[in-house]
Design a protein around this ligand. Structure first.
Ligand SMILES: [Zn+2]
Length: 129
């Protein structure tokens, strides 16, 4: 799907959700909704510059919570609905990669022992791989 097709599909989906909730008042609705645009795979300074550009388009500030070395974002709100553009900076991406490497063992369910009560060979009893 092209970027414009993705954008149009999102807009149509949001309109569809709004119409659905409006015409089905018995369906519970969340108190707020958030749509996020994430930047993930460019150098940090390029992503910060892109977020700065988006913030100017939005007429919004950089989110104060995001000025760390892990995230950089800007947000515009429409009542309880928000649009956020957020860069996941290289430090946080490295943390996520490390966390994914250290995930639960699928063979033993993180118990460290196999079905025979022996040390799990996949994780060597660690429970994590
Ligand atoms: Zn295991």
């Amino acid at each position: 799907m092209t970027a414009n097709a993705d954008r149009n599909a999102l807009i149509n989906g949001l309109r569809g959700l709004a119409a659905f909730l409006d015409s089905n008042p018995d369906i519970p609705a969340p108190r707020y909704a958030s749509v996020s645009h994430h930047l993930l795979d460019s150098p940090d300074e390029e992503m910060r510059a892109e977020i700065d550009t988006i913030a100017r388009y939005l007429g919004a500030e950089i989110d104060s919570w995001s000025t760390s070395d892990t995230h950089y974002s800007t947000t515009i709100r429409f009542g309880p609905v928000e649009y956020r553009a957020s860069a996941i900076l290289s430090k946080r991406r490295a943390e996520i990669t490390a966390e994914l490497r250290h995930s639960r063992c699928h063979d033993c369910g993180a118990t460290g022992v196999d079905s025979l009560g022996q040390t799990c060979e996949s994780c060597q009893g660690q429970g994590f791989c």
